[in-house]
Design a binder for this molecule. Structure first.
Ligand code: NDP
Length: 297
């Protein structure tokens, strides 16, 4: 259980959406001693939670009216909007914590809708897979206009994972969440390309795995903090690995992929970006410059 979580708490809470994540969230709340009401579109998913002590609700409205704190975790924010819109009157005066993955813009729209109906809205971004919920290392970003409401419910939310409040703009939790996931997906696709490359000669991926792990950790340790510092101080000149050199070397990737019988389309946009960097006169800069080139302004 996360360090800032109490062992037991009697505040009632309702959970709407019992997919893999919603089920893990409800399980954690039950485990922390909260009277927990659960609802899911497919009712059979309430069974295992009822066996652990949750109260299954027949309708979303029944679940909403069972607690001041309503946690929602559906597939998309379109689903959330469709589910909550007809229940606005029941939600008025309560706090919705939306842990559905979405965009900053979607969070701001939901917050506006909620405010117009007298509903307190807190958006969240879960930095964990379901198996990590209520274990050390898991955390959830939160943001919303009503920080006091967040503080009121923080002890309950702490049963799920460590809580990281990131500000009063409701879009900020999604912004932090998607920023971290952006780094993760970029890395995951690089790993996929690396495995495809090594396996193109029949070498098992597991032979590359320890080397790749160490390499990514070593590269990240330098690239991330130094890149952030360079960006924030607008000092991009480097004597380590400049963009002009990288641009000249980069065709080796796509050429090698083609030679090895692999698709080249994942890396082609990166070549375009390097070309643009050099054409715009940034050849002597390091990779920190690339973040600026991704900015449309
Ligand atoms: P699942 O696919 O396991 O569950 C989706 C849930 O959404 C189910 O309860 C489903 O109901 C419900 N749902 C979908 N559409 C509707 C609708 N129109 N009306 C009502 N309910 C609906 O997904 P997860 O639980 O894994 O993910 C839920 C959210 O958590 C997503 O936004 C995801 O991005 C986020 N998340 C997930 C992580 C993970 O590792 N799983 C990690 C971090 C965030 P039904 O059972 O009836 O289909």
């Amino acid at each position: 259980m996360p360090s800032n979580s109490p062992k037991t708490d009697s505040s009632p809470v309702s959970v709407l959406g019992l997919g893999l994540m919603g089920t893990a969230l409800a399980t954690a709340l039950i485990g922390a001693g909260h009277p927990t009401t659960v609802w899911n579109r497919t009712k059979s998913k309430t069974g295992p939670l009822a066996a652990q002590g949750a109260t299954p609700a027949d309708t979303a409205r029944d679940a909403i009216t069972a607690a001041d704190l309503v946690i929602v975790c559906l597939t998309t924010n379109d689903n959330v909007r469709a589910l909550l819109a007809p229940e606005a009157d029941a939600l008025a005066g309560r706090t919705v914590v939306n842990l559905t993955n979405g965009t900053p813009g979607q969070a701001r729209e939901l917050a506006e809708w909620a405010a117009a109906h007298g509903i307190t809205y807190i958006d969240g971004g879960i930095m964990a897979v379901p198996q990590m919920i209520a274990t050390p290392g898991a955390y959830i970003f939160y943001s919303g206009t009503d920080e006091a409401a967040f503080e009121t419910h923080r002890p309950t939310l702490a049963a799920l994972a460590d809580t990281k409040w990131v500000g009063k703009d409701p879009g900020l939790a999604a912004l932090y969440d998607l920023s971290l996931l952006t780094g993760m997906y970029g890395m995951a696709m690089g790993v996929a390309q690396a495995f495809a490359m090594i396996r193109s000669e029949g070498i098992p991926a597991r032979e590359l795995a320890p080397l790749l792990t160490d390499w990514i950790i070593a590269m990240t340790r330098g690239l991330v903090p130094e890149g952030a510092e360079a960006l924030d101080t607008d000092q991009h000149l480097t004597d380590v690995s400049n963009l002009a050199m990288n641009r000249e070397a980069f065709p080796n990737f796509t050429t090698a992929f083609a030679e090895q019988g692999l698709h080249t389309d994942l890396f082609e946009p990166l070549q375009d970006l390097l070309d643009r960097a050099v054409e715009q006169g940034h050849g002597a800069d390091g990779f920190s410059r690339m973040a600026l080139l991704l900015n449309k302004d």
